[in-house]
Design a protein around this ligand. Structure first.
Ligand code: ATP
Length: 360
């Protein structure tokens, strides 16, 4: 039988994006080789801020067609000090996420071995969450407008738009994910006390979908109270589902509680697999450390683990995750964001060694 080859579209983007994506590609290729059962073919697309400066757009007009047939996308970061954030965001990341219907954004959060959480006495057992973010509508649906610019009558709206189909599919995805985890427990984040329309529908649909999953326990939290629970009682949470805006904020809090922005991964999934899904570290372009060789690549490595799981290579995914944990457990391989002096290349080499090691 011919060996399976996965086509990966790598979009390194801006800032430290290329540094961490190069490291991620090296690790992916190594784990594929070590596993032996599959190979990866990586095509690189140099889209982002520099591309914008040359061409006036973040990616070519037919950009999506160039990556539509790939099995997965590995994304670095888009953002440039000279280009407004809404252009870099809507011009590349969202220009891929939305048409490719990557409606489930999944963010695992764990305190990895060797990493210190700012929460006293919290370890990997007490903080082990997966946040599911609705990634296609809600507050970031892009509905709204601005009129009478510059005049005292100027007005602007951003309308949060929720559809029954959109809420049903994200709830079903979240309940299914909760069911696949040992605790089978889902927390639905809401704000239905203050927002009386869409958030009330959100709650109703959650209850309705819950009935399809009698083996999953669930509860409901107002988003403001949720921030307190994440800090004060992290062990009472497992799988979490929230709207686009709420989950955006909560997942940054989660990343900070887990020790560093440089570690946290995310997957933008099209669960139906009609389009490729996209995997990326949650950090941004971090221009302050660009080119210094000290970016933490762990967030990209962990994103690669999620990619391997999605591609259906659980053995390789588990091997890479064990390699990552062996490396974070060793302080010699901590980059400056974790209080260490290691460089991107040191961490990458250590993970490659771990992958090749007999005990991983
Ligand atoms: P963007 O505008 O693209 O979101 P940003 O620089 O405003 O980018 P982040 O990139 O998320 O925001 O980073 C915030 C800070 O965290 C940076 O100044 C950087 O020093 C640090 N940081 C982020 N990611 C990493 C990483 N992978 N390794 C080390 N430090 C990081």
């Amino acid at each position: 039988m011919a060996m399976k080859t996965y086509a990966i579209a790598a979009i390194p983007g801006d800032g430290i994006g290329p540094e961490v994506v190069d490291a991620g590609v090296e690790v992916l290729e190594a784990v594929a080789k070590r596993d032996g059962g599959f190979a990866v073919r990586v095509d690189r697309f140099d889209w982002g801020g520099d591309y914008y400066k040359k061409h006036g757009r973040m990616m070519p007009e037919n950009g999506r067609d160039l990556i539509r047939k790939h099995d997965a996308i590995l994304f670095g970061s888009a953002g440039h000090p000279d280009i407004p954030d809404h252009i870099t965001l809507w011009g590349l990341r969202l220009a891929i996420c939305q048409p490719f219907d990557q409606y489930a954004n999944v963010r695992p959060t764990r305190v990895l071995p060797g990493i210190t959480s700012p929460l006293r006495a919290v370890n990997g057992h007490e903080l082990d969450w997966v946040i599911v973010r609705e990634n296609s509508e809600g507050e970031y649906a892009g509905v709204g407008g601005r009129v009478h610019r510059g005049s005292p009558l100027e007005a602007a709206t951003d309308v949060a738009m929720f559809t029954r189909a959109g809420v049903e599919r994200i709830m079903r995805f979240a309940f299914r994910l909760a069911r696949s985890r040992p605790r089978k427990f889902l927390t639905v984040v809401t704000k239905s006390n203050a927002q009386r329309h869409a958030m009330v529908m959100w709650d109703e649909i959650a209850a309705q979908i819950a009935a399809e999953f009698p083996d999953v326990k669930w509860d409901k939290m107002l988003v403001d109270a949720m921030t307190m629970r994440m800090v004060m009682r992290p062990q009472t949470l497992d799988t979490i589902v929230a709207t686009n805006l709420h989950a955006d904020i909560l997942s940054d809090l989660a990343a900070a509680l887990a020790g560093s922005l440089g570690i946290a991964p995310t997957a933008n999934l099209n669960p139906e697999r009609a389009f490729p899904s996209m995997f990326e570290p949650i950090h941004g372009s971090a221009f302050d450390i660009m080119g210094k060789g000290i970016a933490n690549p762990i967030g990209t490595f962990w994103s690669s683990v999620m990619m391997l799981e999605h591609l259906g290579e659980p053995k390789a995914a588990a091997r890479l995750m064990r390699g990552i944990e062996m490396v974070t457990a060793d302080r010699r391989f901590h980059t400056p964001d974790l209080g260490g002096v290691a460089r991107t290349a040191d961490v990458t080499t250590a993970v490659l060694d771990a992958i090749h090691g007999a005990n991983v």
